[in-house]
Design a protein around this ligand. Structure first.
Ligand SMILES: [Zn+2]
Length: 164
């Protein structure tokens, strides 16, 4: 499909490829998300009856772009220290401790720490309450720090309006 963008509210337009007439119609678009494909039906496009050239409208292109970003972003997102601390609702010092104790994967770039959102998610998955209780029941490796964080989080969620 061509990547041209056109105005959204005209009925026909001239084809950039062959100068033929393009008519407004709808089509399906496949967005790739890792090994999965998300199909969006009913996307408004202009289609040339001469050469099959298809052009997506401006409005639809914006929407497709947003969906594409939101389904692909988690895979490539890189966060800095502040963003990571914010995401986990802990202090920067806690993050430093977690890095030092190898509990959170971090990358040092120059003098700055960088974190992959997928690593943070993996950490969260590892300390999710189900797994923690499960591991505890089996006498598994539950770190006290993790437990503290979870309990603090649970307390915060329970009474959001109260300050600590
Ligand atoms: Zn054409």
């Amino acid at each position: 499909m061509s990547a041209y963008i056109v105005e959204n509210n005209v009925k026909t337009k001239l084809c950039d490829e062959c100068n033929g007439t393009m008519h407004r119609t709808t089509t399906d678009i496949d967005l790739k998300c890792g090994s999965k494909i998300l199909t969006i039906r009913g996307i408004v496009v202009y289609k040339c009856h001469n050469c099959d050239n298809e052009v997506v409208t401006d409005e639809e292109f914006g929407m497709i772009e947003k969906i594409f970003e939101s389904i692909n972003k988690p895979e490539i997102d890189v966060l800095n220290l502040d963003e990571t601390a914010d995401l986990l609702r802990v202090s920067n010092q806690t993050i430093y401790n977690m890095i030092k104790e190898n509990r959170l994967k971090a990358y040092k770039i120059g003098r700055e720490w960088r974190f992959m959102r997928s690593d943070i998610q993996a950490y969260l998955d590892g300390v999710s309450s189900d797994k923690v209780w499960g591991a505890a029941a089996k006498g598994g490796k539950v770190c006290n720090h993790d437990m503290e964080i979870i309990q603090r989080e649970a307390a915060k969620r329970g009474k959001n309006e109260r300050d600590e």
